[in-house]
Design a protein around this ligand. Structure first.
Ligand code: ADP
Length: 468
């Protein structure tokens, strides 16, 4: 079953060869024999007529020496490899080119019209031969008289031998061609069969779960393309699998730590390790931990809804107003750290075409990070400027910055830099992934410029609303 395609092709190839030879043996051989018979008959008839003309002169000259034409007749007989008779009207063989043979014999049932309208007969010629001969006759005529007939016989075995000789040439040619057509088989084997075998082996590996398997077909044809596509597919699946593994590991980790501390605090309260007067403090921590869990769940739900390419409900709104409102919502936190905002807008009103709720979340996450990672008594700069059809928003802080080797990773889900782990225990590592997904869902981009210890600047673009 595994090699069925190859075997089918070989079987087809053998059937093709067999049918080819059968065709030569039947159709071609028949047609060839017919053609040879016709050619021979023609030359036999020509010679018979010539001899008949000579005999006609003999009869008319009344020389009656029939043997005078004998040498000519014998030469012709030898040339045609035939036997020639002169038969008189009564059916007696008068002269026979074969000296040892039948002169004087009466042909029983002799009928010169037996050929009908054909030029020749094939058979034993009125029982005169023990084997099949092909016979042609020409009348000896003169003075409106038929004196007799010249009959030329050629054994059919002669024709058969000639046919076989020619057929052999055809067979050899066909054999050579069949051998050469083997090249097609070789080309099929190397361009289709072997690559297909490798691809099938690869597909089996993938089915068995080995997604790291690489199909090694590098040709620039359909097979190569198929292999490359499968390799690409398995890579993607592999990455997805790895991503899922990481995702689950991260989720479990991020859920476990707050749950462990909640459990610890509550147990300590119940068993009295934490005295009643301290309980409020620890219960507040429990609430903070549940808030963190809530935030995590919320973040994951948001990401999930973005993943499923949820519909953006775009409207035209003034981004400046959204920035002002969002910044204002952080008043309490800012006051606590004595952080201030510096807002610079290139115009009093700037309309963008975007999903208001989602953009509010982007700004919220960016400003939240800026505050979290800023030192006390610093300023956060928010800037907008228009360029062609786009509006750019920059959120910049002078905080701890992002280490160089982390800059690319901050967009990954659950990623937190080592610097921030100590500083921000509440962080989920989901904020920036959400930001990126939202901006990308809008068909826009977000970038970060950051230097460790100096600060970070996040810049994203939005489409400007038309007509405003
Ligand atoms: P988190 O909830 O931890 O803030 P984010 O996805 O928003 O998650 O951010 C991922 C990480 O990127 C943060 O933990 C922090 O290490 C780094 N980061 C984000 N914003 C800033 C910033 N303004 N300054 C320094 N580091 C930042």
């Amino acid at each position: 079953m595994r090699h069925s395609l190859y075997y089918k092709f070989i079987l087809g190839y053998l059937i093709f060869g067999l049918l080819g030879f059968v065709t030569i043996a039947t159709v071609s051989s028949g047609a060839m024999q017919q053609k040879i018979v016709e050619d021979r008959v023609e030359s036999m008839y020509d010679e018979a007529s010539l001899i008949a003309a000579s005999y006609s002169r003999v009869y008319q000259g009344r020389q009656q020496d029939l043997n005078s034409v004998y040498p000519q007749m014998q030469a012709v007989a030898q040339f045609l490899q035939a036997e020639i008779w002169v038969v008189n009207r009564q059916g007696i063989i008068v002269v026979d080119s074969d000296t040892s043979a039948k002169s004087g014999t009466l042909i029983d049932g002799f009928d010169p019209t037996a050929t009908g309208n054909r030029q020749y007969t094939i058979g034993r010629y009125f029982g005169q031969f023990p084997y099949d001969v092909i016979s042609v006759s020409a009348p000896i005529t003169g003075n409106y008289n038929t004196y007799g007939y010249i009959v030329v016989h050629l054994p059919m075995s002669e024709i058969q031998a000639t046919t076989n000789g020619m057929l052999n040439v055809v067979y050899i040619t066909a054999l050579v061609l069949f051998g050469l057509s083997m090249i097609i088989l070789l080309v099929f084997t190397s361009t289709v069969y072997f690559p297909l075998k490798k691809i099938t082996a690869g597909a089996n590996e993938y089915a068995a779960g080995n997604l790291t398997y690489h199909i090694d077909v590098g040709t620039q044809d359909e097979m190569g393309y198929l292999a490359a596509t499968l390799n690409y597919m398995s890579d993607e699946l592999n990455q997805m699998e790895e991503y899922q593994r990481n995702f689950i590991a991260n989720v479990s980790h991020d859920f476990r730590s707050p749950l462990t501390s909640i459990k610890g605090y509550l147990e300590a309260i119940i068993d009295g390790t934490i005295p009643p007067e301290m309980q409020e403090k620890y219960l507040t921590r429990v609430i903070a931990e549940t808030e963190r869990l809530n935030k995590l769940t919320q973040g994951m739900l948001t990401l999930n809804s973005l993943d499923s390419k949820s519909y953006l409900s775009r409207t035209s709104f003034d981004i400046n107003q959204v920035i002002k409102d969002t910044a204002a919502s952080f008043e309490g936190t800012c006051d606590a750290k004595n952080i201030s905002f510096d807002l610079t807008f290139s115009d009093t009103e700037q309309y963008v075409w975007a999903d208001l709720g989602r953009i509010q979340q982007v700004l919220y996450n960016l400003i939240d990070n800026a505050i979290k990672f800023s030192h006390p008594d610093s300023t956060i700069y928010i800037l907008t400027y228009a360029k062609h059809e786009k509006l750019f928003v920059s959120v910049k802080d002078t905080g701890i910055g992002i280490p160089k080797d982390s800059v690319k990773k901050i967009w990954e889900r659950f990623y937190k830099t080592d610097l921030s782990r100590g500083k921000d225990k509440k962080g989920t590592g989901l904020g920036l992934s959400i930001v990126k997904e939202i901006i990308q869902a809008h068909g826009e981009n977000i970038d970060v410029i950051s230097t460790e210890g100096v600060g970070s600047e996040f810049i994203f673009s939005l489409p400007r609303a038309a007509g405003r």
